[in-house]
Ligand binder design. Structure first.
Ligand code: NAP
Length: 253
């Protein structure tokens, strides 16, 4: 396990950063990317202090050239990419379809969550095939199982991730490459702050009366999935807080 390496997109906060910390403790070499370089450097320093070898640099998954140079440099740094955690993603707003006056939020979500994930995956999978081992972990969501009003396009992106994960698993059948989807419900990270454009009160209200999942809870599951024996492929892992039911139902205290 000590020679294993993992590339994590969106490692500057939340689930990506927590996964980096957990995989560092397990002895993985880490390739970390996100747009906010200062935050990324803080995470890189933290995981380095846990004894991990780290490559980190700016990555914007919506820009093809950024993805190409990131993957190339990451591979050069370690010589192999054993695990890819496709975590970079976001939601913008809760506007209902008929009230949406601009395409901008829709485009940003589709470009980041769907096309961004594809841009990284298409460059990393051939490396995994060539080295004869790999594990792709996609961050889906319960929003990829049940849609909700005001979440049409975010949900569409996560339904899309579920379709891509399923197709990829079929495309890689016969190769020693595992494909896992980790699909969490409500996780308290910067996700809602980003969704509400920095409005912390609105973001906090999302979690009021609920004990949400933490980024560490999700990272636990990712770490478990990537440390199974090589022939074991955890397929789709749906996880929610106890107070969250399907279709966004919440039992708030
Ligand atoms: P978060 O704390 O806001 O983290 C999102 C990460 O994605 C950040 O590191 C951000 O970094 C990165 N990112 C966004 N756009 C990017 C881009 N264009 N290029 C590269 N990196 C980009 O939220 P989180 O909750 O950890 O979200 C991580 C993943 O989990 C997402 O895919 C999200 O959809 C999924 N998820 C979250 C929840 C939840 O309730 N929180 C539930 C289910 C699934 P920069 O801004 O520095 O680029």
């Amino acid at each position: 396990m000590n020679k294993r390496t993992a590339l994590i997109t969106g490692a500057s906060s939340g689930i990506g950063a927590a996964t980096a910390r957990q995989l560092a403790e397990l002895g993985f070499g880490l390739m970390l990317g996100a747009r906010r370089e200062a935050r990324l450097e803080e995470i890189a320093a933290d995981v380095q202090s846990r004894g991990a070898r780290v490559f980190s640099r700016a990555l914007d998954v919506t820009v093809g050239a950024s993805v190409t140079s990131f993957v190339k440099e990451a591979q050069n740094a370690f010589g192999r990419i054993d695990v890819l955690v496709n975590n970079a993603g976001l939601a913008r707003g809760v506007t209902r379809i008929a009230d949406q006056t601009s395409d901008d939020e829709w485009q940003e979500m589709l470009d980041t969550n769907v096309l961004g994930l594809l841009r990284v995956t298409r460059l990393v999978v051939p490396i995994m095939i060539e080295q004869g081992f790999g594990h792709v972990v996609n961050l889906g969501s319960t929003a990829g199982h049940d849609a909700y009003a005001g979440g049409s396009v975010y949900c569409a992106t996560k339904f899309g991730v579920r379709a891509i994960t399923s197709a990829l698993r079929q495309e890689l059948l016969g190769h020693p490459i595992r494909v896992t989807s980790v699909d969490p419900g409500m996780v308290e990270t910067d996700f809602s702050v980003v969704r509400y454009s920095g409005d912390k009160d609105k973001a906090d209200a999302v979690y009021s009366g609920v004990t949400p999942l933490t980024a560490e809870d999700v990272a636990d599951v990712i770490a478990f999935a990537v440390t199974r024996k090589a022939h074991v492929d955890l397929d789709t892992i749906v996880m929610r807080p106890v107070q969250q039911g399907p279709y966004g139902q919440l039992a708030r205290a």
